[in-house]
Design a protein around this ligand. Structure first.
Ligand code: ADP
Ligand code: MG
Length: 349
């Protein structure tokens, strides 16, 4: 009887051991696919794990290309190009571009115009990211400012109209977030449970890592070259979207002119911030929010985010103070002692 029990026990242990090794073998065998490409004016990097990883990555990249073709300001067949170049006319708009336009106008309303998709005239004037950017004259800024304002963008069911010639739509602050969410749909359709996509600082992770631990997302050190991180965020099914003054800028007479424009002044937003990272579930919203909070500045931006559910923010100032909203306490780890962490509740009003 005792002997029998022993045999049963040994068999059970052997089965468990077999299953365990079986598991880890399977883990190792899960195919992985990686790819990167220059799309939507930025470097897109992607990884997926799963039987269909290769196909999923390929289809995702193709999807991003499709969206770029719809929403680019410079591709002449895009919805946005047509809209910008035929003012005072109703232009047919694809349903997907319409979703982005609607969300953009919605955020413009919610953020008191700090986020504004009609920033195009100012973006073109400053030419940041082009070969020869110049500081514009005040009269040029004034003119471009008069051609900025989401009240000049009318949206209908499947068409849109710019009601003032000279006003230009620019979805650079939100389209990458939409693309990230579309990538999520694509990979999930391929049955992928572990993946990430990074569209130039717009990161979305799907599931956890293959080994069951969270993805570790690095927050770029705003003072250093790309790839140097100052903090790590644990992420499962999350997005981390960063807007920073180091992304695209030029320097003139010791002053930095960057690519996030304050629609009220016509100049790059000046509020002593180095970067704003939004950590949440939805990349589409997070993209608009990171740009908006950057323009709003520390106090207004922090308050705005603390009033939203399930959205968190990390704001780095020029003094290297790192302000985090209350939900981030346990998932952010600062890696560099040059930075001082200041948590939500200690935030001085
Ligand atoms: P990145 O494009 O580097 O990821 P953002 O998401 O912050 O950074 O978007 C910045 C881009 O958004 C600019 O290059 C420009 O196209 C557009 N933009 C600039 N200022 C604003 C603004 N106040 N509101 C909406 N979009 C803006
Ligand atoms: Mg953005």
């Amino acid at each position: 009887m005792l002997k029998n029990k022993k045999i049963i026990l040994i068999t059970i242990i052997a089965v468990i051991l077999l299953t365990l090794t079986g598991c880890s073998n399977k883990e190792e065998k899960i195919p992985q696919a990686d790819d990167s490409a220059f799309l939507m004016d930025t470097l897109v990097q992607m990884r997926a794990h799963g039987e269909n990883a290769e196909k999923a990555v390929e289809a995702s990249m193709e999807r991003i290309r499709e969206l770029e073709n719809l929403m680019s300001k410079t591709i002449e067949t895009s919805d946005i190009y047509k809209l910008n170049n035929s003012p005072e006319m109703k232009i047919d708009i694809n349903q997907e571009s319409m979703k982005v336009l609607k969300k953009a106008v919605n955020y413009a309303e919610q953020t008191d115009g700090n986020f504004d998709p009609t920033i195009g005239a100012l973006v073109e004037l400053w030419g940041i990211g082009t070969k020869n950017p110049e500081v514009p004259s005040e009269s040029e800024i004034k003119r471009a400012l008069s051609n900025t304002g989401y009240q000049y963008l009318k949206l209908y069911d499947s068409s849109a109209e710019i009601t003032r010639p000279g006003v230009k739509v620019d979805l650079g602050g939100i389209a990458k977030g939409f693309a990230a969410e579309e990538v999520k749909k694509v990979v999930e359709n391929y049955g992928i449970e572990h993946a990430f996509v990074n569209l130039g600082g717009n990161v979305l992770v799907i599931g956890d890592k293959v080994d069951g631990t969270p993805w570790k997302i690095g927050i770029q050190d705003p003072r250093k070259d790309r790839g140097n991180v100052m903090a790590i965020v644990d992420a499962v099914d999350k997005t981390i979207v960063t807007s920073g003054n180091y992304e695209r800028y030029f320097e003139k007479d010791g002053k930095i002119y960057h690519h996030i424009i304050d629609p009220k002044t016509g100049y790059p937003a000046e509020n002593n911030l180095l970067s704003v990272s939004i950590i949440s579930e939805n990349s589409f919203d997070a993209d608009a929010l990171s740009t908006a909070v950057y323009v709003m500045g520390l106090k207004k931006g922090m308050k705005f985010i603390e009033n939203m559910e399930d959205v968190n923010v990390m704001i780095i100032t020029e003094d290297l103070d790192v302000y985090i909203s209350s939900g981030l306490k346990d998932i952010v780890e600062i890696k560099d002692s040059d930075f001082n962490l200041i948590e939500g509740e200690n935030f001085a009003d």
